[in-house]
Design a protein around this ligand. Structure first.
Ligand SMILES: *Cc1c(COP(=O)(O)O)cnc(C)c1O
Length: 379
């Protein structure tokens, strides 16, 4: 079955009690049992909920996985993956990560004795150099946030597999429409479904997808035991968002391409970061593992003073100044003071994230209107 059909039908069975075509919001905390231990597969809603189950079934299918687990946020999903580890274990992660992931790793898990190496992952040889006997997980974000660097997923798998190192890809930026890391042999895919999967900026949600049954058991145990589960209303909203993912993503890609080239043509723009440019250093890898390049991009102004950067950030009318991404509406963001403020400044600058960098999440409005808005703001 093709993705467009899967997105509409995956996991969706008419409700057994009424035939309702949409999975109801099962707003319940517990389930009545016929006799002690005799139930219909549902005991307590932290462990199981039918709305969540319908969503998890759908999420697994659209990421080409066997299993999926939903969480109260993307960060909660990441948290569960790191809890597979024990003190002394080491993790290799990118040096251009979502700020909240970096904060979780360094401020929460380092104190439990897990060691993180934040490295440039664009060159597989550099990843190889950091692998040792304690390496238990390689955490990949590709395309990276906010610099749109690309990590070669197949190369990561070929380094990790022979040494039994677990691999996880944060696939939030690409969405399952553009990239399916499980197809390359990655063990776990993580999404902040808050972004493209939900798509309407109205819900916080995260998920993990995987193929291995024992890995699913371990992660289900953590989902249930640590309790960062989503409510049924949120699951319903994500289910609804899923049904239009392909239509939205096509427009995000179309608008993204137009706007990336348009930004490059503006005299006041110094550099545009977008993985769809043929002269992007990892264009060949992006082409190999992605079906399109999406609507995320960043740029720097020729006049990179704080005042000019702030002026542009406050001048757009259609692009709203806000954190987050992947919704139908266009957003503009200042990583240094917003999404990536939790990364120390010197660390940011070292990795190429300058104070003047501006990030765009290009929405699905009319591209001409978006370009006009950027033109009047940037000049
Ligand atoms: C937003 C985001 C997260 C965190 O997800 P939440 O749903 O906000 O908890 C993780 N990774 C990336 C790439 C993100 O953009």
């Amino acid at each position: 079955m093709k993705l467009a059909t899967k997105l509409i039908h995956a996991g969706a069975e008419p409700d057994p009690s009424t035939g309702a075509i949409m999975t109801p919001i099962y707003q319940t905390s517990t389930y009545v049992q016929a006799a002690p231990g005799q139930n219909k597969g549902y005991e307590y809603a932290r462990s199981q909920n039918p709305t969540r189950k319908a969503l998890e079934d759908a999420l697994a299918i659209i990421e080409n996985g066997k299993y999926a687990l939903s969480f109260g946020s993307g960060v909660a999903a990441t948290d569960a993956v790191i809890k597979l580890l024990i003190p002394g274990d080491e993790v290799i992660a990118g040096n251009d990560l979502y700020g909240g992931t970096y904060r979780l790793f360094t401020k929460v898990f380092e104190k439990f004795g897990i060691k993180f190496h934040f490295i440039d992952m664009q060159d597989p040889a550099n990843i190889k150099k950091h692998i040792n006997d304690n390496t238990k997980l390689i955490w990949v974000e590709t395309p990276t946030n906010p610099l749109l660097n690309i990590v070669d997923i197949a190369a990561v798998v070929s380094l990790a597999k022979p040494q039994n190192i677990l691999t996880c890809v944060d696939n939030t930026f690409a969405s399952p429409f553009l990239q399916n890391p499980l197809d390359f042999g990655i063990d776990i895919v993580m999404h902040s479904a808050t972004k493209y999967i939900g798509g309407h900026s109205d819900v916080i949600h995260g998920c993990l997808m995987m193929n291995d049954a024992s890995l699913r058991e371990k992660l289900y145990f953590l989902q249930k035991s640590c309790g960062a589960v989503p409510g049924p209303q949120d699951c319903f909203l994500i289910l609804r968002g899923l049904k239009t993912l392909h239509v939205r993503m096509e427009r995000h890609c179309e608008n993204g391409e137009k706007i990336a080239h348009f930004l490059r043509s503006l005299p006041n723009v110094a550099k545009v970061y977008w993985c769809g440019f043929e002269d992007h250093p990892s264009y060949a890898v992006a082409k190999k593992q992605m079906r399109g390049f999406g609507g995320m991009m960043s740029f720097e102004l020729k006049n990179d003073s704080v005042d000019e950067t702030k002026r542009v950030l406050s001048s757009t009318k259609l692009f709203s100044l806000a954190e987050s991404l992947g919704g139908v509406e266009s957003l503009i963001n200042h990583p240094a003071t917003m999404t990536h403020a939790s990364i120390p400044r010197e660390e940011r600058i070292k990795n190429g994230l300058n104070d003047s960098l501006i990030r765009l999440s290009v929405g699905i409005e009319d591209a001409d209107d978006l370009m006009e808005d950027l033109k009047q703001a940037i000049g």
